[in-house]
Design a protein around this ligand. Structure first.
Ligand code: 0A1
Ligand code: ZN
Length: 886
């Protein structure tokens, strides 16, 4: 391409680099915002008190304010109107080259919330106004230095039509309100805590509150308000209960007390993510806050509990102590996810919580770490920060902080957290600041540990053991390597904490002795080198090593266990997580050998070791139904795919189906007995024991209908009709709608939509059940359902429920060899590129993971990516597509 040609193409979005970070040139002492709300012509008048930053490294820099899609109405500096000669305006910024050291800037702009389908900045949802400012949405509201290291005190005045928008909310405390002419009214809010602009929020609408209160450990009363649309008032109780539990938990476990007199949560239907921790005014996706047993499942209750807690915990880990720049995103997210995981573990079965977290990490996050968008927990560059709200930043980030707590021990870790909050309260800091606190309180050298933040990719740990009967020793060798990832061809050895024990023949942990050192029965071994060996002494017989207990590090650990050893660990490991994992490993071996048989064109035959392990589980007295339910689940097809360099989608599907139906047929009577034992017609109860019983029963029901026996389907029908809660109703509906014969589920699907057509959240489940139906008719159904009145491409929950569900939960049909799934996804991505770039760039990800597919699919996937690339892409999609096609 010659230079003349380059000049006429639109400039490509450019990356931003961590290494180029500079402190801000100006600070904002105070911000006064005045909103005159109108659907298409909202006026925002802001008054900024600015001054040069004494810590800035360069003198006389111009003032650069971020701003996007803003119409300037008026600009004044110290009361003097500015003309176009006084500033430069680009698509992204307003630049004032000549400004005093300290001054007041008044800016009036006009924005169009109604046509804001990106759902960033100020927009309308169900007619109500709301905002989303993380990460860079505030610049769509007014011109501002929109970066997290500028903390300022905000006062917000809102004016709006009183009958349409009776409720006017913003951050902090309400300081004034009243009526105005023309049927309007106003409210004024003041937030006493300096905050970055990404934590700003405004809500205005016809909303109703459920109110409660919480008395903090120092005796202060905090008003709790959950604002929802009127029809959702009966779905608030669980979120409020969760909020109070989280407030108390954070006091008891981290010494964190809430700081304002009011804590508000608002539920909105149109939201890109789960929820947002705006200071004192959280905005939630209604799917993460509303829950009531008739219409929401136990899983939804669990999600509400954890998201409510997550956003609350951000008040300290994120708001009081925030991030210096967006490269540090995991500083707040990784730590806060760990905190919400710890909370959920305390509220529910800790082992089950851990099993579910790890299942998700090992399938979805590991896949991300192995794909074209792999990035470190602290990335070094980005084009669009919205692309970095990922499982790596959140979930792997949480694992990294969890490893710190393993290495330091609970008490020292708490000291480190206390030091971090005390030292950096009111500041915007870095991951290094956090880890430095942990190093300081523990005296540990954590320099090698920092590689977890800078190196992408999932480390592989190969473990092997040799027993020497003469010496009575057992030598365990651990080798680590991290595969190359884009831009990081060479990796260094990490510090990997491996919690382990040695299980003796009697099924008990053997005290460990290594070179004269006594280790007790469990120990966190620190693997630091590429290869390390540990020799254990005085062992009368070969032990079975139980490695990576509780999943003490986010790695892929391999050990050449025999089937007998796995079956032994399944019943004898003292670590609940590893008991489950041994079962998963056994199932994996069995299904992998079915995959090989399928590929070789042989008749499939299931390993009898798996059947007998299942039989043993099913026949043993049920001590913990929640864990048993998890143990009875086979590894997902996504997890199976993770085990291969070359993924054979069809063989994996056939093998899984065969394992499922063979086990179901062989153990039908046992599944039926367990089902009956745990099926109850008693009133719904939120108790953990009732939740566990429902889970176990519904897992059994899925096994029973896998046989396609008429009596099993009848059982599902009966459960569907009689259910007094959504957990049971939806489980039965799924069984029926996923039966091989599509007509089996027809009646139930119709009854369900009739019953629930007015409930947007329940309709999401109705869409997902059909989109995930594991037969080739699913895609046509999905296409038809797009025309359903409850579906909208503008609503992210609906896009996730129908389109993402097909793409992510229906792998075999998404990857259909005729490319129909790929073409469909590409069409949807192109449509969403215009409407909502954030959602578009998340949706496209499965199409970018072609590397491990067969050549035919690789080509088909690339053709669709190339087709998307022809469009005028948002920065979000541009970055992902570029990385995929590199
Ligand atoms: N900080 C929120 C997540 C969030 C991030 C970005 C959003 O819009 C682009 C919205 C929410 C959390 O961790 O819960
Ligand atoms: Zn968060």
């Amino acid at each position: 391409m010659n230079p003349a040609q380059t000049a006429i193409t639109t400039p490509q979005p450019q990356p931003i680099f961590l290494k180029n970070y500079l402190p801000p040139a100006f600070l904002v002492q105070q911000v006064h915002l005045n909103f005159l709300l109108d659907s298409t012509q909202t006026r925002v008048i802001s008054r900024l008190e600015l001054e040069r930053n004494p810590a800035s490294t360069q003198a006389n820099l111009p003032l650069e304010l971020d701003g996007q899609n803003l119409k300037i109405i008026n600009l004044q500096l110290n009361g003097q109107c500015l003309t176009e000669a006084d500033y430069q305006l680009t698509e992204q910024q307003l630049i004032l080259p000549q400004v005093p050291d300290s001054f007041v800037l008044e800016i009036e702009v006009e924005i169009d919330p109604l046509n804001n389908t990106a759902l960033e900045g100020l927009y309308q949802s169900s007619g109500n106004f709301c905002t989303q400012c993380e990460a860079e949405g505030f610049r769509r509201i007014t011109f501002y230095p929109d970066r997290p290291d500028i903390l300022s005190k905000f006062t917000t005045r809102i004016e709006a039509d009183k009958s349409r928008f009776p409720v006017l909310l913003s951050n902090g405390n309400l300081i004034a309100q009243g009526d105005l002419d023309n049927g309007k009214h106003f409210a004024e809010w003041q937030d006493p805590f300096p905050k970055p602009a990404y934590l700003f929020a405004l809500v205005a609408g016809n909303l109703h509150a459920v109110k409660d209160s919480f008395t903090t450990c120092s005796g202060r009363q905090v008003a709790l308000e959950l604002w929802v649309e009127e029809q959702n008032l009966h779905k608030c109780e669980h979120a409020l209960r969760s909020l109070k539990a989280a407030m108390q938990w954070d006091e008891e476990n981290y010494g964190r007390e809430y700081d304002l007199d009011i804590y508000m949560i608002v539920a909105v239907d149109d939201f890109n993510m789960g929820a947002m921790e705006n200071k004192g005014l959280n905005v939630f996706n209604s799917a993460c806050v509303l829950a009531e047993p008739k219409s929401e499942t136990d899983a939804a209750f669990n999600r509400v509990e954890s998201v409510v807690a997550h956003e609350y915990f951000h008040n300290w880990s994120g708001n009081r102590v925030t991030c210096r720049d967006w490269f540090q995103l995991s500083l707040k997210e990784g730590f806060t996810v760990l905190r919400d995981q710890q909370f959920s573990a305390d509220m529910n079965s800790a082992a089950v919580e851990r099993i579910q977290q790890v299942s998700m990490l090992r399938t979805a996050q590991f896949a991300e770490d192995a794909g074209p968008t792999a990035h470190p927990v602290r990335p070094e560059s980005y084009i669009e920060i919205n692309n970095f709200y990922t499982l790596t930043i959140y979930e792997k980030g949480a694992e990294v902080v969890r490893m710190l707590s393993e290495l330091l021990g609970k008490e020292t870790f708490r000291k480190g957290a206390d030091l971090y909050f005390a030292r950096f309260d009111g500041q915007a800091v870095t991951v290094d600041d956090f880890v430095a606190c942990m190093a300081e309180v523990s005296g540990l050298d954590l320099s090698q540990f920092m590689l977890w933040y800078s190196q992408a990719g999932t480390p592989e740990v190969a473990a092997s053991g040799v027993y020497n009967p003469t010496e009575k020793t057992y030598t365990l060798t651990l080798k680590q390597r991290t595969p190359a990832t884009p831009g990081q061809p060479v990796k260094q050895p990490l510090l990997i904490p491996i919690k382990m024990g040695l299980v003796g023949a009697a099924g008990v942990n053997i005290p460990m002795e290594v070179n004269g050192e006594f280790w007790s029965t469990e120990r966190v071994v620190q693997l630091k080198e590429a290869e390390q060996s540990f020799t254990f002494h005085h062992l009368e017989a070969e032990p079975v090593p139980s490695l990576l207990r509780g999943f003490s590090a986010p790695v892929k650990l391999s050990f050449d266990y025999s089937r007998e050893q796995l079956a032994f660990l399944m019943t004898n490991d003292s670590d609940g997580f590893n008991r489950w994992d041994a079962g998963q490993r056994l199932a994996l071996l069995a299904i992998q050998s079915l995959v090989a048989q399928q590929q070789a064109g042989e008749t499939l035959e299931l390993d009898p070791a798996l059947t007998s392990a299942y039989e043993k589980l099913l026949k043993a007295p049920v001590s913990d139904p929640a864990i048993l339910a998890e143990m009875l689940l086979l590894p997902s097809e996504a997890y199976l795919a993770e085990q291969y360099e070359q993924v054979d989608i069809d063989a994996i599907h056939q093998a899984s189906e065969f394992a499922r139906t063979s086990l179901a047929k062989a153990l039908y009577a046992e599944f039926l007995r367990l089902y009956q034992d745990h099926h109850s017609s008693a009133d719904w109860s939120p108790e953990a024991s009732a939740v566990a019983a429902r889970r176990l029963k519904n897992v059994c029901l899925t096994w029973l209908v896998a046989t396609e026996k008429p009596e099993a389907l009848q059982l599902a029908e009966q459960q569907f009709k009689q259910a007094n809660n959504m957990t049971d109703q939806l489980a039965a509906l799924t069984c029926l709608a996923h039966a091989k014969d599509a007509s089996v589920g027809k009646e139930a699907l119709e009854a369900f939509v009739k019953q629930w057509s007015q409930d947007a959240l329940v309709m999401d489940s109705w869409f997902s059940v059909q989109a995930s139906r594991p037969y080739p008719d699913a895609l046509d159904k999905v296409k038809t359902l797009q025309a359903h009145s409850a579906f909208s491409m503008k609503n992210p929950n609906k896009v996730r429920a129908l389109i993402s569900a097909f793409v992510n939960q229906n792998r075999v049909n998404f990857h259909a060899k005729d490319a129909s799934g790929y073409q469909f996804l590409a069409d949807k991505v192109i449509e969403l590129n215009q409407l909502n770039p954030q959602i578009a760039s998340r949706l496209v990800i499965p199409l970018t993971r072609f590397k491990r597919m067969d050549k035919v699919r690789q080509n088909l996937m690339k053709i669709e990516l190339e087709r998307i690339k022809q469009e005028k892409l948002s920065a979000d999609l541009f970055e992902v597509i570029e990385k995929a096609l590199q």
